[in-house]
Design a protein around this ligand. Structure first.
Ligand code: 13P
Length: 266
């Protein structure tokens, strides 16, 4: 079985004090479980990237939540791909639905970001997903295909090799209600088909699910075909819950960290 991948997206949460506690709890709880066969990434907000690196075990990879579509220059408030590389980021999330909606990021801008990340040798995590309205109008398939095709058209299918696509239905994010297993299965199969039509096999691109993933539902979601792991928002803010999700990704029965080490959790 190929190595599973679990990435925590902290969004605009945390503080120096919170992050220090999170890292201490994570390291402590990690000692009580044999966590092998799972690749783990953490994406804190930009200002905390450099302070998080030495606090995390070296096996945990650092990621950024976004990147500028420009390389250098007069772009106030933006963060370039070279800066992220210098800060030892491995992953860069592009096209998160919160940025598509709030910052009006277009497929074209997202494809530009994707290209910069892959040219820099970092691993892009392309987020795709339909809104509630698009779902109700029966547009889920066409939205997902369009969002992925925009990257293929702009960057070439080869740029997706070694990359990550996260299917995050917008209506499932932060709601506590994840997508139905059948919906995740169908959409992940659709994405695999699209990738395969572009010459990309199952080992070329990791497919993650995101949207209200938590310790209670991660095992069944990770057992679905074509699901290689998860992109976790809210549940990644608690070290114990995040670790439980990472343990579920191993695919073997385990004792919950949150049951045996509750008192250490932040
Ligand atoms: P939640 O896990 O909080 O639903 O967020 C998912 C997400 O948006 C990760 O990028």
């Amino acid at each position: 079985m190929k190595q599973r991948l679990v990435i925590g997206n902290w969004k605009m949460n945390g503080s120096l004090a919170d992050n220090t506690l999170w890292a201490a709890n994570f390291r402590h709880q990690l000692k009580s479980c044999a966590l092998t066969g799972v690749e783990i990434g953490i994406c804190p907000p930009f200002p905390y990237l450099s302070s998080m690196r030495p606090m995390l075990p070296s096996s945990i990879r650092l990621g950024a939540q976004d990147v500028s579509s420009e390389c250098i220059g007069a772009f106030t408030g933006e963060v370039s791909i070279n800066m992220l590389k210098e800060l030892q980021c491995h992953y860069v999330i592009v096209g998160h639905s919160e940025r598509r909606a709030r910052m009006r990021e277009t497929d074209a801008t997202i494809a530009k970001k994707f290209k910069l990340v892959s040219l820099a040798g970092l691993t892009p995590v392309l987020c795709v997903g339909e809104t509630q309205q698009e779902r109700q109008q029966g547009e889920t398939e066409s939205v997902i295909i369009r969002q992925i095709q925009a990257v293929i058209d702009a960057c070439g299918a080869g740029s997706l090799r070694g990359g990550v696509i996260a299917y995050e239905p917008v209506w499932a994010i932060g709601t506590g209600v994840s997508a139905e297993l059948g919906d995740i299965r169908t959409t992940h199969a659709l994405i695999r088909e699209q990738l395969s039509a572009n010459g990309l096999g199952p080992d070329d691109v990791a497919l993650l699910y995101g949207g209200s993933l938590k310790p209670g539902n991660s095992e069944e979601i990770f057992s679905l075909p074509n699901v290689d792991g998860g992109l976790i928002g809210g549940a990644s803010l608690k070290a114990g819950e995040f670790l439980d999700i990472c343990l579920a990704a191993r695919g073997t029965p385990h004792n919950r960290v949150t049951d045996i080490a509750q008192k250490y959790d932040n």
